[in-house]
Design a protein around this ligand. Structure first.
Ligand code: C5P
Length: 233
C-alpha cells in the first residue's frame, strides 16, 4: 500500500507488457496507481499485474466483467487472487450479478466498482438499446450499485454531480476523461480538468494520454498529483 492515497490512476493503455512496464518505471508509485485494461491484460496476462506490483504500484484491473452471476463472481475472485487494488463490473449485469460479485469480494479486499453508462454511448444508441436517457440511467444504475454494497462507480465528471447524494467515503466516484488545461482532448468528448472533477465529487481520476504521451511522463504525473492534492493525502 502506498503511504498516501493518491487520487491519480494512470491508464496504461499499451499493447504489451514491455511498453507498460517501461512507462511505469518512470512513475512514482507514491504519487499514483495504475490501470490495466482489456488491451494490455489480453496481451500480457497476469504477469503484467505482477510486474507492476513488484514496481510498487497498486493496480486497478479494468476488465468490466459482465456475465452470469456465477461467472462474474469467479472472475472477481480470480482478480482478487492477483492482488489487485480495484476491479470493476458492468452495472447492466443487474442486481443479482452485482450481489454475486460483492459476495465474492468481501469488503476490505479489492475495491469493487460498477460501470454505469459508457460515456461512448450517444443518446440515440441508448434509446436503441431501450435504456432511456443517460442521466436517468446513470443515476438508476449507480443507486443499484450502492444498494448492493459496491464501493463506487465509474462515471464522467459531467455525471458526477448527479450522484452527489450517493457519493461519500463509502461510495466513491472514479472519473476518466480528465484533461489538464492545455492538453489535447484526443478522442474524449466530455472532458473535465482535475479541479472540476474533484469539485464534482470524484475521489479517483483516471488519466491516460496526458501522462503517458507527455514528453516527460514523470513531470506530467507530478503536475497532475499536485493539482489533485487534497487535505489528508
Ligand atoms: O488517455 P485517456 O486519459 O483518454 O484514457 C482514459 C482511460 O479511461 C482509458 O483507459 C479508457 O478506456 C478509460 N475509460 C474512459 N471512459 C469511460 C470508462 C473508461 O475513458 N467511460
Amino acid at each position: 500500500m502506498p503511504r498516501t492515497d493518491p487520487a491519480v490512476i494512470v491508464a496504461l493503455d499499451y499493447p504489451g507488457a514491455r511498453e507498460a512496464l517501461a512507462l511505469a518505471q518512470k512513475l512514482d508509485p507514491a504519487r499514483c496507481r495504475v490501470k490495466v485494461g482489456s488491451e494490455l491484460f489480453t496481451a500480457a496476462g497476469p504477469s503484467v499485474v505482477a510486474g507492476l506490483k513488484s514496481l510498487g504500484f497498486e493496480v486497478f484491473l479494468d476488465l468490466k466483467f459482465h456475465d452470469i452471476p456465477h461467472t462474474v463472481a469467479r472472475a472477481c475472485r480470480s482478480a482478487c487472487d492477483l492482488g489487485v487494488w480495484m476491479v470493476n463490473v458492468h452495472a447492466l449485469g443487474g442486481p443479482r450479478m452485482l450481489a454475486a460479485a460483492r459476495a465474492a469480494l468481501p469488503l476490505g479486499l479489492a475495491h469493487l466498482i460498477g460501470v454505469t453508462v459508457l460515456t461512448s454511448h450517444s443518446e440515440h444508441e441508448l434509446a436503441e438499446l431501450g435504456l432511456g436517457s443517460a442521466p436517468a440511467r446513470t443515476q438508476a444504475l449507480a443507486r443499484m450499485c450502492r444498494d448492493v454494497g459496491l464501493d463506487g462507480v465509474v462515471c464522467s465528471a459531467h455525471e458526477a454531480p448527479l450522484l452527489a447524494d450517493l457519493a461519500g467515503d463509502a461510495f466513491m466516484l472514479v472519473t476518466p476523461g480528465i484533461r489538464p488545461p492545455g492538453t489535447p482532448a484526443d478522442d474524449q468528448r466530455r472532458t473535465a480538468d482535475i479541479g472540476e472533477a474533484l469539485a464534482a465529487g470524484a475521489r479517483y481520476l483516471v488519466i491516460g494520454r496526458p501522462i503517458t504521451q507527455a514528453p516527460d511522463p514523470a513531470a506530467a504525473l507530478e503536475a497532475c498529483a499536485r493539482a489533485a492534492h487534497r487535505k489528508g493525502e
